[in-house]
Design a protein around this ligand. Structure first.
Ligand code: GCU
Length: 684
């Protein structure tokens, strides 16, 4: 059968270099593992599968602490193997926390042993995947000394999956949750989903769309959800659901959902108790309120904190949490959409209950190809804030363009907010360094569907992978993640790895260049958000209108968010205001996000703004071509099925990069009334 990409980064390709394979085999043929829980069974199954495929090895397991043959690999917590306490100090164990693991090469007389240890079985599972990653990337096992604990607590996928199996902004087929056949039929894909997530440290999944109706909270669904929770439990993955704010009315028949009304609180208390009867370790709720038609506390003149705290109170006794989204905006105010969430939430800093975490998109508009960081990061020191990234590529070529998103995640995470002086990075804030809360997290809006390769575009898998890795450790380098993913997914050949990594690292900047260079944003096709649409107007809503965002006219282009304009810039720390407030010092990539400038404005390159815009669009086209040619150089290195699919998609991407360039430049030229620079290819 052709390699259809189903196996994701867990390909476990046979290791053909015989020296390497021989060394691994010697090391791993005898394994200490005490198979006492479902998670330990998962570890053993994964080792059997992986070592069988990579090395044709069937390892022997033993859990005897006095075995005569010393095992080459020990996978144990100190409670399973008390002698570990002589080797690893209690401080070291304490530092690992619940999920952290230690992976170490130790010498026992003449024999070298590999040790995977941690405080829980889940930690051992994470450590096992790390060891398997070493094998998959053909790394040496000789001197490993790795201690790794997640820097955020809640690492969660947000499925925008509806009960009817459509997926909002999903480009990879239908929802993988086969509600109709649950709870009786367990689709094997659920297990592979759990394996893939556990292998990158994802420990939660919100199964339902933020816009889903309240039916997901009925017993009919809860029975099905309970089954999924049971499947995921051994992999350390908790389930969460979206909670529609008006559920007490829709399901409970109440006349109101006002959070201050005792009967509303009581309804939620009872509902939550019921959920925990089905799912004893239920994670909690994700809520979209007062946004894009969803009901919320504003309907009753109550604050976002009052709404969130009501749910939090119901969940508290069960250790459940509320992830309350900050994506709150309306077209009923003339205020810049970029300012609205901050205005709504900032005054509530400190008002949220302990088990509420506010989930903030990376930027203040909506998952654009590039946005400056959301001004709420740094502005709410007393409130735990979690990051919401989009893994699905709603505004980024959807399931057809190759856009590796990790450089974009990294750019946001590494940005200094200056909230508490230099060094207050967005990553630091979501790691809880500002709020001091242990409730920390990162959410990724999933790109997974029923397509055989899970994500529609094979390289969408890399975005899922990178999300998990960065949620575990936001300081990782996107380039290293790309390299590792490419080795595990395609090949260990160094030159191919270099080429694939180069394509990936080029791809986000390429998309920004051919879609929305220099800070332009929200100029996609109306509603579906695919392809160019700078001309789009929406009769009903300015804030869904492209012309509102680019503001192009005979004099210039860009959204003035300085004090002279909407002053969205005023929501950032003074250092940022100063830097971004002056077009001469504002990073070029955010220029038209914050400034409206004349077409003849002189850019640092010495060219006019118009010329720079045109050249950026051209550059995006050139880069998409470069990606295609680089991939074509791999035609003999990648298996035909995966090679051809990616190649076809890259051809579409090149064609559509040209479409973007032509559409945007011809549209903007009506205003600029200037010729294209000679380097720009003439529109067809
Ligand atoms: C975007 C997207 C919607 C989605 C919304 C959200 O606006 O287009 O489909 O529901 O984000 O994040 O809630």
């Amino acid at each position: 059968l052709a390699n259809d990409g189903y196996r994701l980064w867990l390909q476990y390709a046979p290791i053909e270099k015989s020296d390497l394979a021989e060394g691994y085999k010697q090391q791993l043929q005898q394994i200490y593992l005490s198979n006492t829980s479902a998670t330990m069974q998962v570890i053993q199954d994964e080792l059997d599968l992986a070592l069988g495929k990579m090395l044709a090895l069937s390892p022997r397991y033993s859990s005897s602490n006095n075995s005569s043959t010393a095992p080459g690999l020990i996978i144990a917590s100190p409670s399973q193997r008390p002698s570990l306490n002589e080797m690893i100090t209690s401080e070291e164990y304490a530092a690992l926390g619940e999920e952290g693991y230690l992976l170490r090469t130790i010498s026992n007389g003449k024999k070298t042993q590999i040790l995977i240890t941690g405080n829980t079985d889940i930690a051992l599972l994470y450590g096992t995947y790390e060891l398997l990653r070493k094998l998959q990337t053909h790394s040496s096992l000789e001197k490993i000394n790795l201690q790794s604990s997640p820097k955020t607590a809640i690492r969660v996928l947000n499925h925008w999956d509806n009960p009817d199996r459509t997926v909002e902004r999903g480009y990879a087929g239908a929802s993988i949750w086969d509600w109709h056949r649950l709870p009786d039929y367990i689709h094997p894909q659920y297990l592979d989903y759990a394996r893939a997530n556990a292998s990158i440290g994802i420990n939660g999944t919100v199964l339902t769309n933020v816009n889903a109706n309240a039916q997901v909270l009925t017993p009919y669904f809860l029975r099905k959800v309970a089954k999924l929770a049971e499947v995921f439990r051994p992999y350390g993955i908790k389930v969460y659901l979206t909670a529609r704010f008006s559920a007490p009315m829709e399901l409970g028949g109440l006349s109101t959902a006002d959070p201050t009304q005792p009967e509303v609180q009581e309804w939620w208390d009872n509902k939550v108790n019921e959920i925990y009867e089905y799912i004893p370790d239920f994670g909690g709720f994700l809520v979209k309120a007062d946004s894009e038609g969803q009901p919320g506390p504003q309907n009753y003149d109550r604050s976002q904190a009052q709404g969130a705290n009501m749910l939090a109170q119901a969940l508290k006794a069960h250790q459940g949490i509320v992830m309350w989204r900050a994506f709150v905006y309306t077209n009923e105010t003339p205020d810049d959409r970029a300012k609205q969430a901050y205005n709504e939430f900032k005054p509530l800093d400190g008002d949220f209950d302990d088990n509420v975490i506010v989930q903030v998109k990376n930027g203040a508009i909506d998952f654009q190809p590039r946005e400056p960081f959301h001004p709420m990061f740094g502005a709410m020191p007393q409130t735990p804030l979690m990051m919401e990234f989009q893994i699905t590529q709603e505004y980024l070529g959807q399931g057809t363009h190759l856009v590796y998103l990790a450089p974009m995640y990294e750019e946001v995470l590494d940005t200094d907010t200056y909230a508490e002086g230099p060094g207050t990075t967005v990553a630091g804030i979501i790691e809880g360094r500002q709020s001091g809360s242990l409730l920390t997290g990162m959410a990724g809006v999933s790109n997974i569907g029923t397509d055989r390769n899970w994500t529609g575009h094979l390289f969408g898998q890399a975005n899922w992978y990178a999300f998990g890795k960065l949620a575990w450790d936001p300081s990782l380098s996107s380039e290293e993640i790309a390299e590792e993913w490419s080795q595990m997914t395609f090949t260990n050949d160094p030159s191919s790895t270099e080429t694939i990594t180069r394509i990936m690292m080029l791809s986000h900047e390429a998309a920004v260049n051919y879609m929305t260079p220099l800070g332009l944003h929200h100029i996609m096709g109306w509603s579906h958000h695919y392809g160019p649409g700078p001309w789009v107007t929406d009769k009903h809503r300015d804030d869904w209108t492209s012309t509102y965002y680019h503001q192009a006219d005979r004099l210039g282009i860009g959204f003035d968010r300085t004090v002279k304009g909407s002053n969205a810039l005023g929501q950032y720390a003074p250092e940022i205001q100063k830097l971004y407030g002056n077009p001469a010092t504002c990073p070029e990539k955010y220029l038209l996000w914050f400034h409206h400038l004349p077409w003849e404005y002189v850019m640092p390159s010495g060219r006019s703004l118009w010329e720079e815009i045109a050249l950026h669009y051209q550059k995006g086209v050139d880069q998409s071509r470069e990606m295609l040619y680089a991939w074509q150089s791999l035609s003999t290195e990648i298996d035909p099925a995966r090679y051809h699919q990616v190649e076809s998609f890259l051809r579409i991407q090149e064609k559509e990069a040209i479409w973007w360039k032509d559409a945007c430049l011809l549209y903007f030229q009506q205003f600029s009334q200037r010729p294209f620079p000679k380097e720009v290819e003439k529109p067809e």
